[in-house]
Design a protein around this ligand. Structure first.
Ligand code: GLT
Ligand code: MN
Ligand code: MN
Length: 388
């Protein structure tokens, strides 16, 4: 019987803000007591995580004195050493403080834009100090409630200018660092710019250093937009841009739920895990989720262990799917190719185009073939429900 124990090479990570989430929501106050960053690291060590990620202000409060800062860093560093956890990703909070009420990099106020850059440079320094190689940028406030307030073209240009500035900063400092942009369609703003991973990919191509910038797609965010998450991840992967990933779950059409990974759409989670494992994605499996508001810290550990366990069970199921003779024979049948069309397909040539234009096709005969996708999908369901 498999035990589904996580190993460091599985690269399961959590943000300080995920297991440290205290259960506050727009209608109710915190229900779990605060934990220090070091305490959270010990908790993550207990559940078997490989790494911990942080926003600048998850670690160091925005108004901390230099004495307080050094004390927190010291405790955090000791917790990392004691547990063996690493910090693969860091980010900056450009959404909580009132100064960011109308955005950070895209704010109409140049003072806010300048402060956002200053804060991000310092957060990069902090991340690098703890060994991070990936810096995530999630612009939760980069949007509008009314389009009377901002010109979206200005917002795109300001955002580009800021990210170009930060890439040059990292280069000048000789940091071994890449940026990962995280999209979300709305919440906390009415609408957020670059609302999906696809928008981010198009935007990245316009930057001065596109090779330094990739994406950090999040299950919940694409599901909020009604998008097939695995397809977004596949597009990012194919473009060489899958630098990081935020795993959680979400019912479409609702507020940002950040549910335990695989707890809502198991089948989507299965195909996602299968994709990541099949292509050999080597980055962090970061769970950007939090426990239900009903839980105490034992429940938070149940939540964290649940994310890991579900991932490992689905990884096992993916292996089983790849080895299942009946499933694989259907897959080969679907992809059968006798080579007869090689003459016409592939790279364009004038001769090929002329030959193709003259080729007759029996549309009705081709279309009459049943594709057996119903059977294939039911076999997948049988496998997922343990009947195979
Ligand atoms: C925030 C957001 C997440 C982002 C984090 C990084 S913060 O919790 O909901 O999706 O990944 O800034
Ligand atoms: Mn996220
Ligand atoms: Mn989220």
């Amino acid at each position: 019987m498999a035990t589904y124990q996580p190993k460091p090479e599985d690269k399961f990570t959590f943000g300080l803000w995920t297991v440290g989430n205290r259960g506050r929501d727009p209608f109710g106050c915190e229900i779990r007591e605060a934990k220090t960053p070091a305490e959270i690291v010990y908790m993550l060590g207990e559940v078997g995580a490989y790494g911990v990620n942080f926003h600048d202000n998850d670690l160091i409060p925005i108004d901390a004195t230099s004495g307080e800062t050094e004390a927190i860093k010291g405790e955090f560093r000791k917790a990392l050493k004691d547990t063996g956890l690493v910090v693969p990703m860091a980010t900056t909070n450009l959404f909580y403080d009132p100064i960011f009420k109308d955005g950070a990099f895209t704010s109409n106020d140049p003072k806010v834009r300048a402060y956002a850059l200053q804060k991000t440079m310092k957060a990069i320094d902090l991340g690098v100090e703890f060994g991070t190689g990936i810096f995530v940028l999630w612009g939760g406030r980069e949007g509008t409630e009314t389009d009377a307030s901002k010109n979206p073209v200005d917002a795109i240009k300001r955002n580009r200018e800021a990210i170009n500035f930060l890439c040059d900063y990292a280069l000048e400092k000789k940091y071994d660092l890449k940026f990962a942009l995280e999209a979300k369609p709305n919440e906390p703003r009415g609408d957020i710019y670059n609302p999906t991973t696809g928008h981010m990919l198009a935007f990245i191509a316009t930057l001065d250093h596109p090779e330094m910038v990739g994406v950090n797609p999040e299950v919940a965010h694409e599901h909020m937009a009604g998008i097939n998450f695995m397809h977004s991840v596949a597009q990012a992967w194919e473009a060489g841009k899958l630098f990081h990933i935020d795993l959680n779950d979400q019912y479409p059409g609702r507020y940002d739920q950040d549910l335990r990974f695989g707890s809502r759409d198991l089948k989507a989670a299965f195909f996602l895990v299968k994709f990541l494992e099949d292509v050999g994605y080597a980055g962090s499996r970061h769970f950007d989720a939090h426990a239900y508001r009903t839980e105490d810290y034992d429940g938070v550990k149940d939540f964290a262990r649940g994310c890991i366990r579900t991932y490992l069970m689905l990884k096992d199921k993916a292996k089983q799917w790849n080895a299942d003779k009946e499933i694989q024979s259907l897959v080969s049948e679907i992809n059968a190719d006798d080579g007869a069309m090689n003459l016409f397909l592939g790279k364009y040539s004038a001769a090929k185009a002329a030959a193709l234009k003259a080729q007759p096709f029996d549309r009705a005969a081709i279309a009459s073939r049943g594709l057996k996708y119903e059977r294939l999908d039911q076999l997948t369901i049988d496998l997922l429900l343990g009947s195979r």
